[in-house]
Ligand binder design. Sequence first.
Ligand code: HIF
Length: 278
Amino acid sequence: MAAGDYNAVREAIKKTIPQSSYDDGSAGPVLVRLAWHASGTYDKKSGTGGSNGATMRYKLEASDEANNGLEYAQKFLEPIKQQFPWISYADLWTLAGVVAVEYMSGPKVDWKPGRVDDVDEQYVPPNGRLPDATQGQDHIRSIFYRMGFNDQEIVALSGAHNLGRCHADRSGFEGPWVPNPTRFSNTYFKLLLHSQWYKRKNRVGVEQYNDEDNELMMLPTDMALLKDPKFRVWVEKYAEDKDLFYRDFAAAFGKLLELGVIRGPEGKAFRQYARAKL
Ligand code: HIF
């Protein structure tokens, strides 16, 4: 297989998404979460963190509680890395997120290769940069503004909670947000707005919001999008207009995956140390 044949990698990722004995039969959602957590450590002021480097391969970052469960995603992708050794982990993880969104009938997200894997732990970002689901709108803003997102982009991104589920043994929260968690849509926004949500303790004693029958759930951070008037405007728009949501999601998710990637003339990404020397 020719080095640089990203379409061949895309095909291999697609083939690995159906996983009959895992969760809802799909690796898709956890691949999206890996792509996001690999990128969401970015700090625009210092230029540290982000998807370049694939620093989550190092224990210091992998052991951040927020990353619990992402070893599954990495395990699903490892055979693909073996099959295409020329692709960097940083590119593979972000590409897998893009392919998974599209495979689950979401929008096409622009993606560019060129990320370079770090060879040591020097640039591993500190723990605690990813959001804490027990918190509210101020916390959400401080985390996503640090990455360079605005309110509209934050809400657009949040629609990714249409995918997958929470696991009591990973985050302490439990359950899916929507009835069909392996299909991308704007159902998350519709349910957030129109269902009744009850604050309840789940079976491991963690407070979350559940629907009447305890089948679906929302995190405290999801509920904050309703409480905050500036966020809520966008929740209403995206609940009503699926095309608008798809367009805005694709733009915001594409931007997320580029965080921390500084590209040279040929698109090849520099690593932080290259920039630090400039
Ligand atoms: Fe999530 N998210 N996320 N998230 N997330 C979980 C699961 C997924 C937050 C918390 C959690 C985003 C933002 C935030 C996905 C994708 C995205 C879980 C459950 C928690 C607790 C983990 C587990 O127990 O397995 C918080 C606090 C966020 C900021 C508001 C992004 C926008 C929604 C950026 C995003 O893309 C996906 C997909 C999952 C499902 C993973 C799975 O294994 O099924």
